[in-house]
Design a protein around this ligand. Sequence first.
Ligand code: HEM
Length: 700
Amino acid sequence: MTEQQRVNDSAKNQDLDQYRVSAGEDLTTNQGVRVSDTDNSLKIGSRGPSLRDDFHFQEKLTHFDRERIPERVVHARGSGAHGYFQAYESMAEYTKAKFLQDPSVQTPVFVRFSTVVGFRGSADTVRDVRGFAIKFYTEDGNYDMVGNNIPVFFIQDAIKFPDLVHAIKPEPHNEMPQAAAAHDNFWDFISLTPEAMHMIMWVLSDRALPRSFRMMQGFGIHTFRFVNDQGKSRFVKFHWKPMLGVHSMVFDETQKIGGKDPDFNRRDLWESIEKGNFPEYELGVQIIAEEDEYKFDFDILDPTKLIPEELVPVRPIGKMVLNRNPDNFFAETEQVAFQPSNVVPGIDFSDDPLLQGRLMSYHDTQLHRLGSPNFTELPINKSLCPFHNNQRDGRMQMRIPTSTVNYYPNSLGGGQPAPSETEGYVHYPERVEGQKVRERSPSFKDHFTQATLFFNSLSMPEKEHIVQAAHFELGKVEDKGVRERMVNLFNHVDHELAKKVAMGIGIPAPTQSVSENHGKSSAAISQENTTKTAKGRKVAILAADGVNGEQVMAIKTALQEAGVQAEIVSKFKGMIKSADGQEMMVDKTFLTSASVLFDAIYVPGGAQSSEALRMQGDAIHFINEAFKHCKPIAAIAEGVELLKTSDIKGVKLSDSSMQNDGGVVTAKTQSDLNGFAKSFIEAIAQHRFWMREEKEKVPA
Ligand code: HEM
């Protein structure tokens, strides 16, 4: 790419093309010498010792011995995707960032979603924060927005980050538990760190169990600055909103998926992109004038606080589409190196003390993890616009600088800094003065008002999930003193909450509230108020030989037209034959799948099929479990009879006309397949029917 060229959606893909290599026809050594045999090492006699002469053997083993690099110290498990970002309109009034100027420009991006705590091989669906990091390959260089799916953080000052991470990671003596906060060390730390309480409320909520990377929000968290070309600065907070809405799973489901398919979120992302169902997210900003910095009852530099959308609305400014899977996990997803300090002209930092620490830590950790300051030359990290400076040499230099001059000032070679007033990055000339102190600003002292705001904003089922999560997390804590301190902290958030938490963890309920709940809430916080669509969901069709073919095909087609993926699940792989003689391919078996891997289930009619499923404990378990997890269930004709033999209860099933009760859609006859499909699709869009959790508990 020349300096004048504009970027577009395919620019990074084209750039990467120069590095792609195919398998090739002949095996060679790394020197390109053809290999004649890669199965037998060179020996003296077929039973004798191997020889040092065997350069192929040596190269093969020594390369293998060095194939692992340190995993990320946090966010070790992640999944990446390529795509593009496109602004809706020019944001020139607020920022000179090039990728936010022209709505016709598609800026290539690489995104990495991650869990935080687990090791690289841990399960996707654990209760955890999710990383949401985007590298924008802009015309002005790379911009990294390194955020999470939760808008606040545990701590206010980066100096506490190693303590936080040590506490939440497996305990040092026995390296247990894996990818879980439910242990003494973490809650000990939290019970002594009240600033974490707002974040803890989010982590105990459904937000920490996302149904899909396609269905979670992203946040820049810190307050940043937008700076326009007149040098005027405004504060800005970044928000990503998924076009499919924000949806979560239930904890029991996530734990089971951890065993059934530990790659659940990774697979979902990969398969969606392969199928052309591209994940999309809208970028929104909250912009705050410099003069409004102090107008809130919290400090906008405090990363444990959000700015309620009622106070500063989120303005949508563009959309990101993820449309291409990486070619190679290691080369791209593992080697991508994000740094919050990677900014472009028009975007600058605030003095948030957590952000300030991050500005140093990520560069440092990349030097360690990738092993050389030349990690910026790795294909996935290389900017699209050219880069040149006098930084030379170092391990694995992959470019050949041809200039005879590697210093500045020089009269012999070129390479001048850009005149600052035009293209070069100029830090916002913020006026700062003060004494050197190790202190926390008094404006950071309120740790509970927003924790309470968060709790107040949730629906009843969401609140109940927090109580259950606290029972699980603290139920695993052996030390009574830690549990007592946590109940005390919850009592600062909400008295009723503290009482309920105490009840499940063997601690006397607090008798008095610490302070009156302020009663304030923010509608944007509850997932109840999110976008609801059936698009992107997955339905299991339970069937066996003799199933009613028309009922399978009509509903399957309607689902597919609504963007829902439908798979036939049966006892054995291969084909089943419908009552009218159609051969149908089985996608999954009861052994290779489970209800927890689907969003909804459908049981078509057909007496023989229904009878066969009735005799299969796995099929009945499928129905019970989907019901327990509050998922939509649909059944027609003999399929309804099958539901009656399951444990589902408390909902009305059809005797004649169609019924839709609590997300269970049933029809005794197939007289209106279109209407039936419509009701089922509406139920899928609802995501879950939480009232079932309260009313009816079924074993599963
Ligand atoms: C608002 C607070 C924070 C957010 C949103 C955040 C987000 C992230 C994300 C998304 C990643 C994974 C990047 C990837 O996918 O490669 C990451 C990694 C990391 N974070 Fe943070 N983080 C936060 C706080 C901190 C702090 C305070 C520190 C240290 C002072 C820190 C140090 C690290 C390190 C060392 C890595 C590993 C990077 C790598 O090896 O590539 N983070 N963080």
